[in-house]
Ligand binder design. Structure first.
Ligand code: TYD
Length: 220
């Protein structure tokens, strides 16, 4: 049996770290899992990633289409085949990021974003979504290193979204919270302000329950 899980959150929430820690635990438990991130995971997706993180001028709607193009390719070429093969798929961001960033953040009509999400994914939605919830000012301080962490130097093109005003990031965070409360059966909200190991423990307790619910055990 397959399981499709997305991890969502604002910039600096620690999604990528948590996705890696989760993969380590899944591997140790003998579960065959695949990790992907959006935008990315295909040739087209990686090119879109560079484009959207750079300074190329675009309208909110063009930006949405770029993310949807990357998503459509990733679903068709990678996510669908893995789920069809019965694997566990973890995605670092998915359709909800477009609702939060391009809908709530940029102000696009939510129904339009939902329609394009549906077209790009063929209606494939995650079985469960973990929201790493953290106040945007705390998260952004992590990213730029003003919290003493040294920030992130590995991804210089990162700044496009991180340079948006705090107000933008507040709208994104409120968007994620609104999405989570609309669909409490799918979303699991985790306080991501704690250290990475503490957050990883909470994520693992959610995911191990989901594995049991989906009848997945190690070495399946
Ligand atoms: P990502 O590299 O995952 O950033 P981070 O590691 O900080 O989470 O994603 C790149 C940026 O793209 C991120 O700032 C969020 C944004 N984004 C959207 O605006 N809409 C989307 O649909 C997706 C998938 C990402």
């Amino acid at each position: 049996m397959s399981l499709f899980l997305s991890i969502e959150g604002g910039d600096g929430a620690g999604k990528s770290t948590q996705a890696e820690l989760l993969m380590t635990r899944l591997k140790a438990a003998g579960v065959d899992a695949l990790l992907v991130h959006e935008p990315g995971g295909t040739d087209l997706g990686e090119q879109v990633r560079r484009l959207v993180k750079g300074d190329v001028a675009r309208s909110p709607m063009s930006e949405l289409f770029l993310f949807e193009a990357a998503r459509a390719q990733l679903v068709r070429d990678v996510i669908r085949p893995a789920l069809d093969a019965g694997r566990v798929v973890i995605t670092d961001r998915y359709a909800d990021s477009s609702l939060a960033y391009q809908g709530y953040g940029r102000g696009l009509n939510l129904a339009d974003v939902r329609a394009l999400n549906h077209a790009a994914t063929g209606g494939l939605m995650p079985d469960a979504t973990v929201l790493l919830d953290i106040p945007p000012d705390v998260a952004l301080a992590r990213v730029d290193g003003s919290d003493g962490s040294g920030g992130r130097s590995d991804d210089p093109g990162q700044e496009r979204f991180e340079q948006e005003p705090l107000e933008f990031h507040r709208r994104v965070a409120e968007g994620f919270q609104a999405l989570a409360s609309e669909e409490p059966g799918r979303w699991f909200v985790v306080d991501a302000s704690a250290g990475p190991e503490g957050v990883a423990g909470k994520v693992w307790s959610i995911v191990s329950n989901l594995l049991t619910l989906h009848g997945i055990s190690g070495n399946d």
